[in-house]
Design a protein around this ligand. Structure first.
Ligand SMILES: *[C@@H]1O[C@H](CO)[C@@H](O)[C@H](O)[C@H]1NC(C)=O
Ligand SMILES: *[C@@H]1O[C@H](CO)[C@@H](O)[C@H](O)[C@H]1NC(C)=O
Length: 234
């Protein structure tokens, strides 16, 4: 194992421990309220009793997609949120069944994708709508995409963002790994935005926010998981 690889694993391990989910949409802006009605705020209750947050996105009335590293003892899925302090029009559901990818590897965060089945069906409204997933046919590399989430917006603030933030990112072929997309640059998601979607020009979800390290951000590549996803959802 190379030194670089060990270092990466160490950093990921540190990130997975207490510090998790304290990232940020770096270089982002506030999203137009409810312009991304598929966005899910995921509240996780950890085995220790602590609460954490991840992002996620609504696929249909029964299923939400998120990252496998967002696994917890129990979850509350919150739909229709913009400002986390406003309960106007939001819907909450617990999770009846979880489907982390069976090949998820927490040491290198490969296959960092998970489906959650809601215990109460989502009721679609102007603020709550599903997003379509990119398929294997959406082959040509999408370039301009947007990530969104409630992760921290400043390294010096300890709490999450109170409103949904978003940022433009460009998919790069320079840092590709198997079954993942990557983006580079100062702007991108942080760990607080884990599990949120990478949405590209055609409005479909192409990736799931997985990790960020040294201005490189990695996303589970949804087109490569379509048969797994379709099997569970059908
Ligand atoms: C959707 O509406 C039904 C009927 O009012 C309700 O029982 C259910 O809890 C709602 N779902 C959510 C996620 O709030
Ligand atoms: C972000 O991307 C959208 C299109 O996806 C574009 O209209 C907008 O101008 C971009 N914003 C910035 C700040 O680059």
């Amino acid at each position: 194992m190379s030194i670089h690889c060990q270092l990466l694993i160490l950093i990921l391990a540190l990130t997975l421990d207490g510090q998790v989910h304290t990232g940020e949409v770096i270089g982002g802006r506030e999203a137009v309220p409810h312009s991304r009605p598929y966005m899910v705020l995921l509240e996780q209750r950890m085995p220790s009793g602590n609460k954490k947050n991840c992002g996620g996105f609504l696929l249909n009335e029964d299923f939400v997609m998120t990252a496998a590293h967002c696994q917890a003892s129990s979850y509350t899925v919150i739909l229709g949120v913009h400002n986390v302090y406003s309960s106007n029009g939001i819907q909450r559901s617990s999770v009846v069944q979880t489907f982390p990818h069976k090949d998820y590897d927490e040491t290198d965060l490969s296959n960092d994708i998970m489906l959650l089945k809601l215990s109460s069906k989502a009721n679609f409204s102007t603020n709550v709508q599903p997003i379509a997933l990119a398929g294997q046919g959406d082959g040509s590399l999408p370039k301009s995409c947007i990530v969104s989430g409630w992760g921290r917006t400043d390294k010096h603030i300890k709490h999450m963002s109170l409103v949904l933030m978003e940022a433009n990112v460009t998919i790069s072929t320079e840092c590709e790994k198997e079954k993942s997309y990557c983006t580079e640059g100062e702007t991108g998601p942080g760990n607080g935005d884990s599990g949120g979607p990478l949405v590209c020009e055609d409005g479909k979800a192409y990736g799931v926010v997985s990790s960020g390290y040294l201005n490189k951000y990695s996303y589970a590549k949804i087109p490569d998981y379509r048969s797994w996803i379709d099997l569970i959802m059908n």
